[in-house]
Ligand binder design. Structure first.
Ligand code: NDP
Ligand code: ZN
Length: 354
């Protein structure tokens, strides 16, 4: 076993605190990665605080992991010691069902579904998985990602979740150059969505509740920024969007956004994994609109977004924090006080050890 240290919560109302635990030695097909950086996703807050009612404690979050390979099993071919490597939201899946064969492990239909990087039962013993707010991780090489060397390493970490979660629906709904795309909510996911959709050639309009974010969003290439509480500004865009991607994290009313879709267009929601306010179905049916959802992205697609970002020179806007500030970072994220993704400098764990 490998000695590891991380930050975990012992219950929904408890702050994250240091936890010592063991990682597996890498098996023949595994790599061990010493973690350099880990992004802080709003899902980490939902999970730690048991907002999805399925958290197993201790809960050690983190699924935007970038680090250096320090050990490889004898059959590993993709990585060697010293390589940069990443781990996103999944570390395993059944590999046998149709979605797994199609490279969409996030929709695995195997008996246990996919294994989440944290808060996921491990086969065969069923023990809880621990994520990237930690010193090191051992993972199957098939679930580890190659990290482009040309991008700033700390700012790449959020691509492993925020990047692929927004890239996947933009690809699935086949966003094309010249199309009008709305991005709702400008946090960690929204930042990536605006950058990715712009790089795909879309004309992007961002919807925000925070007027102070407008200038920053325009700099990324957004054609317009709409304050979503301004009814007149919203009405100006009635029936004009080819696709809308919403990242709002909590229960809300999506009806004002449905009205902005063209005939046959789709709004995909990636945030708010919970019951929403009722939908006015006449607004959907009369224009043959679709309301859809999307979950992270497969491993192949995760590599694709990393390579796409490498090619287009896209990274997340990040604020680097030591792990000792993680509880404050959770509070600040809930208040929207971050531009636009916290990333933990895992070097700070050494202060913990020493
Ligand atoms: P952030 O907190 O970084 O960003 C969310 C943004 O939404 C905020 O910055 C704010 O933007 C806006 N917002 C927040 N509260 C409200 C509200 N009540 N009404 C309207 N707008 C609001 O979160 P992330 O980007 O990290 O994550 C967004 C959501 O996506 C979370 O729920 C997360 O769990 C989920 N998620 C889902 C995944 C999936 O696979 N489906 C994967 C990853 C994350 P502004 O100030 O611009 O209004
Ligand atoms: Zn995430």
């Amino acid at each position: 076993m490998i000695k590891a240290i991380g930050y975990a919560a012992q219950e929904a109302t408890a702050p994250l605190k240091p936890l010592e635990f063991d990682r597996n030695e890498p098996g023949a097909h595994d790599v061990q990665i010493d973690i350099l950086y880990c992004g802080v996703c709003h899902s980490d807050v939902h999970q730690v605080r048991n907002e999805w009612h399925n958290t197993v404690y201790p809960c050690l979050p983190g699924h935007e992991i970038v680090g250096r390979v320090v050990n490889v099993g004898q059959h590993v071919t993709k990585f060697k010691e010293g390589d940069l490597a990443g781990v996103g939201c999944m570390i395993d899946s059944c590999q046998e069902c149709q979605p797994c064969h199609a490279g969409e492990e996030q929709y695995c239909e195997g008996p246990k579904g996919w294994t989440a990087t944290y808060n996921g039962p491990q086969k065969p013993d069923g023990s809880n998985t621990f994520g990237g707010y930690s010193s090191t991780i051992t993972v199957k090489e098939t679930f580890a990602l190659k990290i482009p060397e040309n991008l700033e390493t700390k700012a790449v970490a959020p691509l492993l979740c925020a990047g692929v979660t927004t890239y996947s629906p933009l690809r699935h709904w086949q966003v094309k150059p010249g199309q009008k795309v709305g991005v709702v909510g400008f946090g960690g996911l929204g930042d990536m969505a605006v950058k990715l959709a712009t790089a795909m050639g879309a004309r992007v309009v961002a919807f925000t509740t925070s007027p102070e974010k407008e200038a920053g969003i325009r700099k990324l290439g957004a054609e317009d920024v709409v304050i979503s509480t301004d009814k007149a500004a919203m009405e100006k865009y009635a029936s004009s969007f080819d696709f809308i991607l919403s990242t709002i994290p909590t229960k809300h009313d999506i009806n004002p956004y449905i009205q902005l879709l063209k005939r046959d267009a789709t709004i995909a929601l990636v945030g708010a994994l919970e019951p929403l306010e009722p939908i006015n179905h006449s607004q959907v049916a009369f224009h043959r609109r679709s309301v859809a959802g999307s979950l992270i992205g497969g491993i192949t697609e995760t590599q694709e977004v990393l390579d796409f970002c490498s090619h287009h020179n896209i990274v997340s806007d990040v604020e680097l924090i030591p792990i000792q500030q993680i509880n404050e970072a959770f509070e600040r994220m809930i208040k929207g006080d971050v531009k636009y993704r916290f990333v933990i400098d895992m070097n700070s764990l050494k202060d913990q050890e020493g």
